[in-house]
Write a protein of this length. Structure first.
Length: 344
């Protein structure tokens, strides 16, 4: 996507839909999941929502800025060893006094669980879900275009979430965060639980960061006959452009060690969510980033989701406790380099 125009420049999926097999092409997702292989019959980047994992931490951070103002950057929490969610691999949750910047750069799960619950960010987070097209408890989002005259329905969704995701049992306990780590507000905070998103909705979120806090609605067609379609109006994701600037700085630092892989400097965020697929526990690999266009103003925003990255761990013959993202990022670098050569 282009952040300043909302233009959708490219969208791809693998495997491609089986266009010569009418039966497979018309199967529902549930029917597809009963088959042994992977099949697609739609653009999964726009139509298939799953847990976004740590990419959602950028949204939680933006919600914190919108509620707390610039002081959100100074909000710190003490993370103890026994509280850690990610304990294995080469990048476990850090312990000690953690700030928002450090939590984004090193993707600290505990920090965001504490931030969302103890600062009561749920309403601010939910507002951003609806603006970008993310789903909570199966409702609230959108796939291609947001209905701008849907306030009544959005209020119904918000009331549903207040009764469910914002009011889970048992309640959040600051002395034992692991008990509810993937439920309600805690799960939302680090992209797990009932929060699901498409790569397109995560790209919209990051597009808003790249565009100084303003999300421009997607444009899919440049011309109809001889008439150029207009750039749609933008909506505020960040209450102040300064918040987006700080998030950009954090994302640049988060992706600094990816420069050798990607060949360029980008502002990005990784994610490795866990979910159940075909009755098996799998990990997906997400990477979302933006970089300046080669010419003209604005940025190109890219979001990639690789499903079931455990297969990559087996491919490289790595230990099972290896942090997957450091290896699937090697695979997607080939995809990104070809994409960037054409887009930037």
């Amino acid at each position: 996507m282009e952040d300043s125009t909302g233009d959708v420049l490219a969208s791809s999926v693998y495997p491609l839909p089986p266009v010569k097999d009418w039966e497979l092409l018309n199967m529902t997702t549930n029917e597809q999941n009963k088959l042994s292989g992977w099949y697609t019959n739609a653009d999964l980047g726009f139509t298939y929502a799953t847990q976004p994992g740590s990419t959602a931490k950028v949204l939680t951070a933006m919600a914190a800025f919108n509620k707390l103002g610039i002081n959100a950057a100074k909000r710190s929490f003490t993370v103890s060893s026994y509280e850690r969610i990610r304990t294995k691999g080469i990048e476990p949750d850090e312990t000690g006094n953690i700030t928002l910047e450090r939590a984004i750069v090193n993707s600290n799960n505990v920090y965001f669980i504490k931030l969302a619950n103890e600062e009561h960010l749920q309403e601010n987070m939910a507002a951003l879900y609806m603006k970008t097209g993310m789903f909570l408890r199966g409702v609230g989002g959108y796939y291609f275009d947001k209905d701008t005259s849907n306030a009544k329905q959005e209020n119904k969704w918000m009331n549903l979430w207040r009764k469910t995701e914002f009011n889970t049992k048992p309640r959040y306990d600051p002395s034992n965060i692991r008990r509810t780590r993937a439920k309600g507000i805690s799960g939302m905070a680090w992209g797990q639980g009932e929060l699901i998103a498409t790569p397109a909705s995560v790209a919209r979120l990051i597009s808003g960061v790249a565009n100084k806090g303003t999300l421009v609605a997607n444009r899919y067609v440049l011309k109809i006959s001889d008439s150029t379609t207009k750039v749609k109006p933008g909506i505020k994701l960040a209450n102040d452009p300064q918040y987006a600037a700080l998030l950009t700085d954090y994302m640049l630092k988060q992706s600094a060690n990816k420069r050798y892989t990607l060949g360029i400097t980008v502002a990005g965020k990784t994610g490795t969510p866990e979910r159940i697929w075909k009755k098996e526990r799998i990990n997906d690999g997400w990477y979302v980033f933006f970089a300046p266009k080669k010419s003209g103003p604005g940025h190109v925003v890219v979001c990639i989701r690789i499903e079931s990255t455990r297969a990559q761990v087996k491919r490289y013959n790595l230990p099972e406790n290896t942090l997957y993202q450091h290896y699937w990022i090697l695979d997607i670098s080939k995809i990104l380099n070809r994409l960037l050569q054409n887009l930037l």
